[in-house]
Design a protein. Structure first.
Length: 380
């Protein structure tokens, strides 16, 4: 504890080149506990994410370290990753040594790992004599096609060594086998301040699809095919994508759009720092991912008065109640039908209920009390 009553928390973040959901969630977290915490953020490299955090006035330490996950099957792990095991171990060991030396005398109370794909936080906490919090937001094998390098069994043991584990949905807790873990807490991320709401009833003729990275797990092809099947392009509607999308990936998606007959009505806007105006004017937001841990963009849409059309799966099941605060689909055809329905009339009651739910469940103000409940238990 510092003289001003605040505790110092070291946050470990895995993103470096793309400001994705984990980085935005960390900003929401830090804002929510600003009165009680002095944040220090550890990053793997300089780049857009480091610039992003520094632009908000946060202290950053940059030091190379390695993730604990790999993508693909056992053969790929054997051929690509096992030869690097010694190197990766040495890099992480050096990071722990250097960062703990740099923070000597800072009285770090908690090391908070901001993602499940990194395990260096546990070693840092032990070296610093701090408590460790592991924040899990990913479905790994289902949502990311990723697996812990040493296997799920060993990783589960490591999770249980942590002083606290925070999971953002009950579905994720069950999937990772942590229902019986006494140190596990389950509550969703914060997404916006309770005052950051918009309700614009004058919608424009476009549907919105957002992703930090336009990867296959987000299922943008589903959105394109549903848009094509809706026939709304003939009425002047467009489908707008925001997020980082490699040129070869974009070319592949445009081929899907061409097959659906909507290539002239599909737009790629790239990364959009402030999504508020784009989202508040959209006819609807499309959430097509099958295994979303929580779906912070879905919640952003709720804050900004944008109707949500979502696949009935993953953490979205804990956010949306069908026809009450959003709309579920199971097939491309159902998605097309919902797009037509929302193009014909704005379901104002649904939008208002969604906004009320977002403020009550996903605001920074509510979130801060949950995070501090965990921190208080660990620092008593």
């Amino acid at each position: 504890m510092t003289k001003n009553g605040k505790i110092t928390v070291l946050y470990v973040n895995h993103e470096d080149n793309v400001v994705g959901g984990a980085s935005w969630s960390l900003v929401n977290l830090i804002r929510s506990v600003n009165e009680y915490v002095i944040p220090v953020i550890l990053l793997r490299s300089e780049g857009p994410v480091a610039d992003f955090f520094r632009s908000k006035g946060y202290e950053c330490i940059v030091h190379s370290f390695r993730r604990l996950t790999y993508k693909g099957g056992v053969l790929k792990r054997t051929l690509r990753f096992l030869p690097h095991l010694v190197t990766n171990t040495w890099i992480n060991h050096k990071c722990v040594k250097d960062v703990s030396r740099l923070l000597a005398g800072r009285n770090v109370s908690i090391v908070h790992s901001n993602s499940g794909v990194i395990d260096i936080g546990l070693a840092l906490a032990e070296k610093l004599g701090a408590r460790h919090v592991w924040h899990i937001r990913e479905y790994f094998d289902l949502g990311l096609n990723a697996r812990p390098f040493r296997g799920f069994g060993r990783w589960n043991v490591e999770l249980r060594r942590s002083d606290a584990v925070i999971l953002i949905s009950n579905g994720l807790r069950e999937h990772l086998g942590l229902k019986d873990c006494l140190s596990a807490y389950c509550f969703p991320d914060a997404v916006r301040s309770k005052n950051d709401v918009v309700l614009d009833t004058e919608k424009e003729k476009y549907f919105l699809f957002c992703a930090g990275e336009m990867g296959a797990v987000k299922r943008p092809e589903t959105a394109i095919r549903a848009f094509g099947g809706s026939g709304l392009s003939a009425k002047g509607y467009s489908l707008v994508f925001t997020g980082n999308c490699r040129e070869e990936r974009k070319a592949g998606l445009m081929e899907v759009a061409k097959e659906a007959g909507v290539e002239n009505n599909v737009e790629f806007r790239g990364y959009v720092a402030d999504i508020r105006s784009l989202m508040s004017k959209a006819t609807a937001y499309l959430m097509c991912s099958e295994f979303e841990g929580l779906g912070r963009v879905t919640i952003e849409a709720m804050f900004y008065g944008c109707p949500v059309i979502a696949r009935r799966s993953g953490g979205t099941l804990e956010i949306i109640t069908d026809r009450r605060n959003g709309f579920f689909f199971d097939t491309v055809e159902e998605c097309s039908g919902l797009m037509n329905m929302l193009a014909s009339a704005l379901p104002l009651d649904v939008v208002r209920k969604a906004q009320k739910d977002a403020v009550a469940r996903y605001s920074e103000e509510e979130y801060g009390s949950e995070i501090m409940r965990v921190y208080d238990v660990l620092t008593k």
